[in-house]
Ligand binder design. Structure first.
Ligand code: UTP
Length: 688
């Protein structure tokens, strides 16, 4: 059965890149006349067994991955207080290819995930990680990068807690039947090598292919695995205010027994045969949650416009409508993993499915079927032997290299330090000039206020004086008013009433006092305003005097913006230099570690036997050599040898930064270690 988009009238000129689709549309017999050759199936089974063997995650790879996680945990939890870094994805589910990535989730509540990812990307860049990319338009935003030492790819997301549960589900599926893991790995390997496992390029994610593969095993005529999602509410988690039923069956308690006895090769054959001839997405949604295919109608996931066939013919259509090839997330039932697909991605997937199916029918071997299509999309193999390139080099060659590295490092150290001090000066100057500018502005504002305020003062003064030249304080008038009122209203003790004349005089005094009271109050207000203005004026004058004293005479040096620009320019120059310094330090550390490893450090017993004088002499020589390194003077191979025996370049850096290091610390630093250090990568990022 053709895919629905192949059935519509597409102009074949748009399908030039999809040869197998064209063949299918034309009814090629490769897809109709199937011969299953049992000989070929048993050969394919051996090839798949060898393939699964080749994908085994070795102990050194686990150690390397754990080392990266440990390093990242240290720098991230240091930067984001109270955060937690956990690992999920194929590394945890056991479904990792040998060059698979590490998926990490940082749980942190302090800031928005996008902000946090931005900071992480900056830190990783400073930490000299490779290809650091911030992908913020995905459902779960991530930072992608490659560990520069091991070339292992890493994805970091923030608060992506649901993934921990779906990882556990995948792990449990692997435990159900020994065929599950090699089967899924084979599908993932094929998808990745054929370029149809890259969500950023419009094809399915590795996780989506895993679900498609699991669903295929659930829906075979005789299912290989059961449905482990119980959805019985025994484990409901709340993430970002949303509840998810993540209940899943305990395998040990499962009564499921598969009647399917097919080999992995037969399962692979069925998988591609089904996808090629029974394109499920015409009518169905792939649902691991239901353990079956559910109809688009039942899920209410009909394919919205723009449709695939229209989008492939019209280059202006950039996005597909929702639910193009729907794959339901097992725990987040509204998440359709086909959201990432574009029209070309869908055609590529379909074309590759048909290719794989036709190649199986032509009895092609597994590696040919999985031939790498886009090398740039396939991660490099992890580099586990950090000393691989040094193993065939002689000690003196390595020492010469090391000597070159020391002098390169010296030059870079000096350039960094010069630029750093220039930058600090520029920042200081900018600050001083900025302060000057602020002060000058303040002074001009204050000065411009003096004259108008002087006229306000004169005005308040003349109003006060003209209102009542013989200013009597308000409280005295109020006392007198009270007294007059009392005299007018008191009961006579002698029984003799006030004479009319006296009463008249008292009333007239009372009214006069009242009028005076009104005047005195107005005068008081003018007086207060006058005092307030005088006070303010005095303060402004004082302040202007202070400002004049504070302003530094640096005007001739220019504007603060020039120094800001200089500081920015220096920072731009500093970043690559610091990166270079970190790279050189790391390489120096690696070479030193290798030489230490080769030298076989003398036992403590032997060391202790050394005479005190010879040790003291040795110490003096080492000090001299370290001084030579710090000052950039040349030194001999013997010097280098002695330096290596006494802590290497790291101890030089320590000496230059802190000459007064305690003896205790020195002994600790000089202890030989056989592992190269990851160094202090990432520490500086704390200041960003
Ligand atoms: P990947 O697509 O990287 O899958 O998603 P993977 O299984 O780790 O495969 P490789 O080894 O990289 O090729 C990593 C994890 O991210 C979560 C899943 O937990 C998945 O295991 N994830 C991914 C989601 O929850 N939803 C998605 O849409 C994609």
């Amino acid at each position: 059965m053709l895919a629905d988009f192949e059935q519509s009238n597409i102009d074949l000129k748009h399908l030039a890149n999809y040869g197998y689709i064209i063949k299918a549309i034309k009814g090629d017999e490769l897809f109709t006349d199937i011969k299953i050759d049992s000989n070929y199936l048993s050969k394919l089974e051996s090839q798949l067994t060898l393939f699964a063997e080749s994908q085994k995650i070795t102990k050194p790879l686990i150690q390397r991955r754990n080392g990266i996680i440990k390093h990242l945990r240290k720098i991230l939890t240091n930067k984001f207080t109270n955060s937690k870094l956990s690992s999920f994805g194929s590394f945890e589910s056991g479904l990792s290819l040998s060059n698979g990535d590490i998926d990490l989730c940082l749980e942190f509540d302090g800031e928005s995930p996008k902000k946090v990812l931005n900071k992480i990307a900056r830190m990783l860049n400073q930490d000299s990680m490779k290809n650091v990319k911030l992908i913020t338009n995905a459902k779960v935003p991530i930072v992608k990068f490659i560990d520069s030492q091991s070339m292992i790819p890493v994805d970091i997301s923030v608060n992506n807690s649901l993934s921990v549960y779906n990882t556990e589900l995948l792990r449990r599926y692997c435990d159900v039947d020994p065929r599950v893991k090699p089967f899924i790995l084979a599908i993932k390997y094929w998808a990745r090598n054929r370029g149809v496992c890259e969500p950023t390029s419009g094809t399915f994610s590795s996780y989506a292919w895993t679900l498609i593969a699991i669903n295929a095993l659930q829906t075979m005529q005789d299912p290989v695995i059961p449905n482990l999602c119980t959805r019985d509410g025994t484990n409901v988690v709340e993430i970002d205010g949303k509840k998810y039923d993540v209940s899943m069956q305990d395998i040990s308690k499962s009564k499921f027994v598969s009647k399917n006895n097919e080999t992995v090769a037969e399962l692979i054959m069925s998988f591609f045969s089904n996808l090629a001839t029974n394109w499920p997405w015409n009518d169905f949604v792939i649902s691991v949650r239901e353990g079956s295919l559910i109809t688009r109608k039942a899920k209410n996931w009909v394919h919205q416009k723009p449709k695939i066939s229209n989008a492939i013919q019209d280059k202006k259509i950039m996005r597909l409508g929702k639910h193009s090839l729907p794959v339901e997330d097992p725990f987040d039932e509204i998440h359709d993993l086909s959201i990432v697909l574009d029209a070309e991605g869908v055609f590529e997937i379909r074309d590759e499915v048909l290719r794989a199916y036709s190649m199986l029918n032509e009895s092609k071997n597994w590696e040919t079927i999985c031939e790498i299509k886009y090398p740039e999309l396939v991660p490099e193999s992890p580099q586990l032997d950090l000393f691989g390139d040094l193993r065939n080099m002689s000690e003196s060659e390595i020492k010469t290299d090391l000597e070159n590295l020391y002098s390169q490092l010296n030059i870079v150290e000096k350039s960094v330090s010069v630029r750093e001090s220039e930058r600090n000066d520029a920042i200081r100057m900018s600050k001083a000039l900025r302060r000057n500018a602020e002060l000058a502005k303040e002074q001009s504002v204050l000065s411009s206020e003096l004259r108008p305020r002087r006229s306000q003062i004169d005005d308040a003064q003349s109003k006060r004086d003209s209102s009542n030249n013989n200013y009597i304080p308000v409280h005295l008038i109020e006392d007198e008013l009270q007294r007059a009122y009392h005299n007018l209203t008191k009961q006579s003790e002698t029984g003799i009433e006030l004479s009319f004349e006296k009463e008249k005089a008292l009333f007239s005094w009372f009214f006069e006092l009242q009028s005076m009271h009104v005047h005195a109050k107005i005068t008081r207000e003018y007086h207060r305003e006058f005092l307030r203005l005088v006070n303010k004026q005095e303060k402004s004058i004082e302040h202007i005097k202070d400002i004049k004293q504070e302003i530094v005479d640096v005007k001739s040096l220019g504007n603060f913006t020039e120094f800001d620009d200089l500081a920015k320019r220096l920072l731009i120059e500093l970043n690559p230099l610091k990166k270079e310094r970190r790279k050189l330090r790391r390489e120096v550390g690696r070479l030193e570690a290798w030489l230490r490893k080769q030298k076989h450090t003398p036992s403590k017993k032997h060391k202790n036997r050394k005479s005190r004088t010879s040790r003291r002499k040795n110490d003096t020589n080492v000090k001299e050599i370290k001084n030579k390194v710090i000052s950039g003077d040349s030194f001999s191979l013997q010097d280098l040898d002695l330096l290596l025996k006494n802590g290497g370049i790291t101890s030089v850096n320590n000496q230059s930064s802190n000459n007064k290091q305690s003896n205790n610390q020195k002994t600790k630093k000089n202890k030989p270690t056989l592992q190269p250090h990851r160094g202090k990568r990432g520490k500086s990022s704390k200041n960003t």
